[in-house]
Design a binder for this molecule. Structure first.
Ligand code: PEP
Length: 265
């Protein structure tokens, strides 16, 4: 099966970010096997999983005959190709292994690795140069949320797209994931109306950067699970979900994905 990225579906993305889970390759393969079995219409929705780099190659192999895409959680900012960069994995290497997309700017990387805008810009350029799509994660902290700074914070995080030379020729290789930092892994979620307002604002701001970005899928992420996913799926302004914890239990992730797709029909 050819897993081409050419046709980017605007709606219906269900992406599982496995982070540094599970603890063994055998467990990761079991999870992949079960997710591979999820029956979904790939012309109307897309499931993607993002394993840890350590398991990436095996999971690509495990899923090669399925409709599920495999992405990575990060690419190196230091080099798009190869070089003396100990510990880094370059976009060229990710591409060669079979990763179709990468996360960039996840709040855990911004927090634990103090990733700067300059680094994020380099990562996006490196990914796009190597035909890897970018899921750009943005989100405000609880303090920023409480101070009503959300929209300003998000616009500042999105503004890096103005610096991306590769964007013009790769306009369909961008997904934006709005993930309030205070909702990630906490069980707390914003009201759907709040997410809708934010997504509307993201969409408007993207258009000021490049009118081609009108088609950019805008996902919500943060404590999405099989029980609350329908609420998000019902909103026309939510084109998909980025899921952490709930993507690690195959049957729950399957229910979540199926519910999302069925609600969007
Ligand atoms: C995430 O880390 O991208 C995420 C959304 O995590 P969780 O679903 O566990 O909140």
């Amino acid at each position: 099966m050819v897993k081409a990225m050419q046709k980017v579906i605007k709606n219906n993305w269900v992406i599982g970010n496995w982070k540094s889970n599970p603890s063994s390759l055998a467990q990761a393969k079991d999870l992949a096997k079960e997710i591979t079995a999820i029956n979904f219409d790939a012309t109307n929705g897309q499931i993607m999983v993002m394993p840890t780099n350590l398991h990436l190659s095996s999971i690509v192999d495990e899923m090669k005959d399925s409709k599920v895409l495999v992405g990575c959680q990060d690419v190196s900012f230091t080099s798009a190709t190869t070089g003396a960069y100990t510990g880094d994995c370059s976009a060229e290497q990710m591409q060669a292994i079979g990763a179709k997309w990468t996360l960039v700017g996840h709040s855990e990387r911004r927090t634990y690795h103090q990733e700067s805008d300059k680094q994020l810009i380099a990562k996006i350029e490196n990914a796009l140069k190597n035909d890897i799509g970018v899921v750009l994660c943005i989100g405000e902290t609880l303090t920023e949320y409480e101070k009503n700074q959300t929209l300003n914070v998000l616009q500042k995080q999105l503004a890096i797209l103005k610096e991306i030379n590769e964007l013009e020729n790769n306009i369909d290789k961008l997904i934006v994931a709005y993930e309030p930092v205070w909702a990630i892994g906490t069980g707390k979620v914003p009201q759907v109306a709040e997410v809708e307002n934010v997504h509307k604002n993201i969409n408007e701001y993207l258009l000021t950067i490049n009118t081609g970005l009108t088609k950019t899928p805008i996902l919500y992420g943060g404590s999405v699970n099989a029980d609350n996913v329908e609420t998000f799926a019902k909103s026309d302004s939510i084109d998909g979900v980025l899921v952490g914890g709930a993507s690690l239990v195959a049957d729950k992730f399957a229910t979540l994905a199926k519910t999302f797709f069925a609600t969007k029909k």
